[in-house]
Ligand binder design. Structure first.
Ligand code: FES
Ligand code: FES
Length: 150
């Protein structure tokens, strides 16, 4: 079966397998930033934006993205560079495995909330597990990206 998806601003056709998840379809079509850590909706590393909202692509059928807008970090190079710089400045960057999914959640947070509290930030990133960081540096990096570094 073939479906059409607006991937990173470009309308593209993808062949999909029956029951295939969006994460598996994207990986099979060489969207290398999309990762999997659990396949059970627990870790957040497979996060992509679906019509600008963060979703777990391991838990979504590829067919559910038909004619919708899917964004991965490949589609947001300037924002991802800014997020990456903030993480580097705060020492929040370690192995990097969680970074693409986390970057998309942080980008969504910036678009959706004008002056988030620390609790708002925690609420947004609660589903994006990081096995390296203690999260404090991540929250500082997010604040830096949002423009309110101390
Ligand atoms: S791989 Fe999707 S939530 Fe872990
Ligand atoms: S930096 Fe290693 S899992 Fe987050």
């Amino acid at each position: 079966m073939t479906i059409n998806i607006h991937l990173n601003g470009r309308k593209r056709s993808f062949n999909i397998e029956p029951g295939e998840s969006l994460a598996d379809m994207l990986k099979r079509h060489h969207v290398w930033s999309v990762r999997k850590g659990c396949d059970t909706s627990s870790c957040g590393v497979c996060t992509v934006l679906l019509d600008d909202k963060p979703v777990l692509s391991c838990s979504l059928l590829a067919v559910q993205a038909e004619e919708r807008h899917v964004t991965t970090v490949e589609g947001l190079p300037h924002e991802v560079e800014k997020i990456s710089d903030a993480f580097g400045a705060e020492g929040a960057d370690q192995c990097g495995y969680c970074n693409p999914g986390l970057a998309l959640v942080i980008y969504a947070l910036k678009k959706e909330l004008s002056s988030p509290s620390d609790d708002d930030i925690k609420r947004y990133i609660i589903g994006n597990l990081c096995r390296c960081s203690g999260y404090i540096a991540q929250i500082k990096a997010i604040r830096r990206y949002l423009g309110d570094a101390q």
